[in-house]
Structure formats: structure tokens, C-alpha cells
Design a protein around this ligand. Sequence first.
Ligand code: HEM
Length: 473
Amino acid sequence: MKMKYFTLRGPIPGLSPHFFFGNTIQSGLVSKAFSFHEVYGKFKTRFGDVFQFWLGPWRVIVVSNIVDVQHIYTHRNIYEQADIEDLISSFVGAKFKRHASLTIPLLRRNKIIPNFDLIIDCTDKLLSQWRAVPSNHIHLDIPQQCRNLLLLIFGFLAFDYDLKTLDNTDNNELAQAVKDFMESIYPVFFLPKFAAFIYLRLSRRYQRARTIIQQYVYRIIDHELIDCSETTAERKRTSLIASLASALQDDEKTEMAKSEEEKKGLNRSEVLHEVLFFLLAGYETTSTALTWFIHLASKHPRVQQKIKAELLENNCKEDLSVEHLDSLVYLDCVIKEVLRFCPPVNGSARTLTMDDCLPESGTQLYAGDEVLIPFMNLARDPRYWSIDPELFYPERFLGEDKNHQSHALIPFGGGHRQCIGQDLARFELKVIIARLMQHVTFGDGGPEVNAGGHLQTATILPKHIGVTIQFEQ
Ligand code: HEM
């Protein structure tokens, strides 16, 4: 017997959902046969630009045409951030404004650039690991290696702490806790909120990981608070925690009692939430983008040769500096193309605060409805691209697709809740890829091991990736 709650609602087309699992089994998401990108693509072909999709008992209305997407992102009073993140920390309304006013400045370009040498040093560590391996070896663990690199960088940026993820040691308590936290949180994305809440309360792995991270964060905060002002000022330039700790209120109890509008800084648990949220939002997404780059580069030697030629033309055969980076225009196009060809995140969700009608499709929506914007559907839609969007072709951004519709390429989401870490992500990717391309060439490990495809985890990774790594003579 089907419950009314789990049936298609209204005139919006879609596939009749199963009890509790919605469309997740029918579409091959549960078996991991397909990723969200692939599933939303197939549903679009079958049902058109607007369809309903049941993520378990959670119903979303997926919208894939530019005009409606633009409407959603620009009407922030109607389309508020969906509350899926609530379980970690709640960031809507006045609370979002307070947090944003403290965190957005931390991720501005002037804060990011001082991390240039740090990113180079971490990348060099990975290169020296690769150097020790024979050049005909096929690396099948690129996703893990990219995670190790990005986690090492995150440890320094967020905690000013060496997580030693590239040291071949398994005994770093914080690094293990961070990995456990990321892996144990994954089911939350598929569960209804109440079930996710219970799951997180019962998951010993999650609770243990969170407790360890909390202990480290609080210890670092204490350290920050007794540190002498000169070193703190210096560290605030680059360390996220040092900057967040400076927003701590002296009298936390009085501060907590204030109304949201009156509050100014953060309390301890909010600093922890910010760090966890940065971790969740910032580390795996960037490492997935790097993994896609390596896979796509191995399939397109021409693209690697052009990046190397650009490095040479700009006198960066061996040296690399922040000043050099700005002249690497082709590399920017490659990064854009990687994020277009396979966005690490499947889409962004919004909840309606009042009834509304979408202008292009004429779809009637109601307060409380959730809409989802599927990035891949837009990025691969031939209506919005001059050069075949199924081609991996970075040059498109220098020519025919230079002035593409802005909402056709939104790997970082859009509107007032778009990714606040995008400058950092682009900077990390550019520095890492430039450094890698100075030293190595990725080779295709063969059709079986390097077959691509999609693996749905918290992000969307290449399912089969196997590359050789050849060092420059
Ligand atoms: C390639 C790397 C990254 C990708 C693809 C990515 C993608 C996204 C997307 C799609 C969203 C949701 C936007 C929306 O709802 O419209 C988001 C939000 C967010 N991202 Fe990123 N992100 C990346 C890197 C980072 C980094 C490095 C950080 C910071 C350390 C970060 C921090 C955040 C935060 C805090 C939010 C929530 C913003 C809000 O709720 O207002 N992200 N990101």
C-alpha cells in the first residue's frame, strides 16, 4: 500500500516513488550504479526541464532551465537556503548574516594569497612521494592521494596544524578523526532530517570523531587566547581558527542570552561549527576537482602540453610566484572546464518561503517546497553552449563560449548563498596544478583502469581512474 506522502504530487512530472526510498532505488543511486549528475540528466531527457525527484522521503523539484534558475537565485526573499545543513549548524536568516559577516572576510583574496608557499610546500611533498615510484606504475589511488594533499593544506589553513597526511603514518589522531567525520556524515544526505538526526546521535564513529575535533579546536582556541598579541596578529593573517577565535565574545553567557539581532561575535561551539562546516564544504570538494583534473589531463595530453607551454612562456619552468599565476590564462580555462565538465557537487537546494510561479516553465510552487538546481544539466545543455558541451575543451572559454550564459556554469552555486570558499578553491587548484605541471605528465593507464564514469560519494568522483606519472627529465 502506498502512503499519500510518497506519491507524486501535483502536475509536475516525475517517477512514482517507492515507500521511504523515493526514487533512489529506481534510479540506481542506492546501488551506486549512477551518480546524481547521471540520474538528473536521464530524468531531464524523460520528463523535461522541471520534474520532481524523491530523495528518499524528501521531495525536490528539479529545475534545469536558465531563466527559472536565474529567477530562483535572484529572489532570495522567496528562495531561502534549504536547511539540510541544520544538522551540523543552522545558517539561515539573521544568524546567517552574523556568521557570514565574520567568515566571508576570512576567505577573501588578501587572506588567501599568503598561503601560496604553504600550498607549494604541500604539493612538493606529494611530488616527492610520486618520485619514489617507478614511472610505469599505474596509480589507482589518485582520489585518496588528492584527499591527503587537500587535507594536509586544510589542516594548516584551519588549525595551523600538521595533519601529516602525506607522511605515511596512520597514527595522527586529528587526521583520522577528520576522515571519520567526513565518511560517517555521508548517509545524512540521503536521509530525512529526523532519521539523519537519530543516525548522527547513534553513530559512534561520528560522535567520536566530532569529540576529538572538538577537543582539538577548543584547545587551539585556548592557546590563541593566551598567546601574545604579536604572534596572534601574525597567525590571524592565515589561520582560520585564529581569526575565528578573535571573534569570541568575552562573556559568552551574556552573549548567548541576547537576541540574534543583538549578537555580534561567536561562541565556542559556533567556532567549532564553522570549522566543521568548512571541512565538510571545502576539503573534499576541492580534492575531487583535482582528481577530475588528473583524470581528464591523462586523457588529453594536448591540454597538458598547452599548460606546460604557457608555464614556459611565462618563465615558470621551475620558479612559480603569485605574480606568475595571473598570467596563466589557459590554466584558468582548464580549471573552469574541469568544473564544468564534472562539477564536484550535484546541485544546490532552496526552500520556498512563500508561493511562487517560475517564469519560464510556468511551474506553480508552494511555500515549503524544495527546489534543486542540477549543475550538470545546465553545464551540458547544448542550448547554452556554442561548442558541443559533451567535449572537454578548455579553449571554449577563449573563443565561442567566452561569453556563455553565467548560470550555465555554476559549480559553486548561485545567488546570496553561493560558495564562500570559491576563491580559495580556485587559488588552491591553480597553484597545485601549475606546480604539478612543472614537474610531471599524467599518462592514461589504459581503457580498463582509467575508464572514468561517476562514483557518487559526498561529491562525484571519477569511478575508474588509473594514471601513470612521468617526471620531466
Ligand atoms: C572546488 C571546490 C568547491 C566546490 C565545487 C564548492 C561548491 C559549493 C556549493 C555548490 C555550495 C552551495 C552553494 C549554493 O547553495 O548555491 C557551497 C557552499 C559553501 N562552500 Fe563551497 N565549494 C568548494 C570549495 C569550498 C571551500 C574551499 C570552502 C571553504 C573552506 C567552501 C566553503 C563553503 C561554505 C561555507 C558554503 C556555504 C555557504 C552558505 O551556506 O551560504 N567551499 N560550495
